[in-house]
Design a protein around this ligand. Sequence first.
Ligand SMILES: *Cc1c(COP(=O)(O)O)cnc(C)c1O
Length: 378
Amino acid sequence: MKNIPFYDYERMYQTEELYVSEVINDVLRRSDFILRDDLSKFEIGMAAYLDAKYAIGVGNGTDAIWLALLVVGVKPGDEVILPSHTYIATADAVKFVGATPVLVDCDTDHSISVAAIEAAITKRTSAVIPVNLNGRACRLEEIFKLAAKHDLKVVEDNAQGLGAKLNGRSAGNFGDLSTLSFYPAKILGCYGDGGAVITNSQEMSDRVFELRNHGRDASGEVVSWGFNSRLDNLQAAILNSKLPRLMENIRQRREIAKIYISGLADLNELDLPAGPSETSEYFDSFQNFEIVAEKRDELRESMKKNGVGTILPWAGKAVHQFGLPGIKIMDVSYTEAIFKGIMLLPMNQYLDESEARRIVDVIREFYGYPKFIPKILK
Ligand SMILES: *Cc1c(COP(=O)(O)O)cnc(C)c1O
């Protein structure tokens, strides 16, 4: 039987080669490398997908957060609240505007806890970064209400939230600024690094536009200090060719999630995410399928022996567990508890349904349960 890697990059290209190779050839023949029409076209398409006014392509998802924090005016010495259960990138961006990352706990759905945000607010707090993790929106309505009450800026780290919705509204379009990553394994992945800042404010869009390109405005004139963080035109062209398939890719991910949920729901040894539902206020896009498992390390070992790859989120550590200096750590006891058993099952649009069912049975067998039989066959 074929191995099922955690993420099959080879299959990603096999699936997309027909159109992606053509796009690459076309762009190279045109010598359209930096700030060309493919980028503008992608920015328009990406903004439209999120129902937002502007998308500005930048070098990667980490730069996107950094630039967004600069644009909302986070200053050295400020405190910025973020979940400890996030990629180190979110905290990096806060550090590199000179502010202090304040790490808070998550809730039972692994999204940042609203109560924990409120408890962490001080006179120095200037912003909060809700991270829409694993393809699920945070409690964004409550977070924006709280932020307004305390006069805080909000930057949504939406690197994992593309396609997710809350009460019909797209994650990444709840406030002034949000960010995306097009890292290859993200829901919309390119073949290298890429990211974007999303905004509904023309002023903020103009600022990011200048900052990503040496302070130049639309006429090419240098009007402020800036930097170089541009989304490659070649990557933008590839993303253009993938964007029309995004909704279908999310549907495929939700199908895989349904197989996992129905096949594993009776296992007391596992904590599973909420399943895809047509009636819930949440529409999840399943960037990841994150579970908490008893005997996690033995389970992973047994899955590996059966040819199934899994990984630990952030290689197994929440941000506060790296021991880095210059951060403020609040009560993160729930995060600590789940990180003892947290892991990610394979989840992407290149996985097929028979593979997902095989993964279910490998897990059932490890815990001593019989093979899963769908209700209709019982
Ligand atoms: C991937 C990711 C980022 C960073 O994106 P890069 O493009 O790799 O810089 C930031 N935050 C979260 C939550 C991510 O998953």
